[in-house]
Ligand binder design. Structure first.
Ligand SMILES: [Cu+2]
Length: 154
């Protein structure tokens, strides 16, 4: 009898402690959820549009197209000298006014086809290095006979 009564009291105390613990836990949890909501509502205000700096790297090397009309005949080029600036895009309009000729600059891998009299061809390349480079006609011994000129890149 005594034992059962004591057990009842102990169980009752334990039950109270359990309920009290649950209530305390629930109450102590509430501020935590409140701060979560607070921080969640403040984040949209924190996101600002980043001012994107306008970076222009165009000034590195201005590419300008320089066009030249070169006439080839037996056995010379006209003009015999072409001057450009480093970085220029060079456009050569090669006109063959007589014979079989082409126009070649080895250093820039620039080369027309071998043209017949009256034909013309336009090629382009970028003069990406400075120096004096010889252009010539690769047909037969035309180069040795003086069919050449200088491409000067400054
Ligand atoms: Cu030639």
């Amino acid at each position: 009898m005594h034992m059962n009564r004591n057990m009842g009291i102990i169980l009752g105390v334990l039950a109270l402690l359990l309920v009290g613990g649950v209530v305390w836990f629930a109450l102590s949890n509430q501020p935590a959820t409140n701060t979560n909501q607070l921080s969640a509502s403040t984040t949209p205000a924190a996101t600002q549009m980043p001012t994107s700096p306008s970076v222009s790297t165009d000034s590195a090397m201005p590419t300008e197209t320089k066009e030249f009309t070169v006439t080839g005949s037996a056995f010379k080029f006209d003009p015999a000298e072409i001057k450009v600036k480093q970085g220029d895009k060079v456009r050569i309009v090669f006109k063959n006014s007589g014979g079989m000729h082409d126009w070649v600059v080895d250093e820039f891998n620039a080369r027309t086809k071998v043209l017949q009299s009256g034909q013309s061809e336009t090629i382009e390349f970028v003069a990406d290095k400075t120096g004096t480079f010889e252009y010539y006609c690769g047909v037969g011994n035309h180069r040795q006979m003086g069919m050449k000129g200088n491409l000067v890149v400054e």
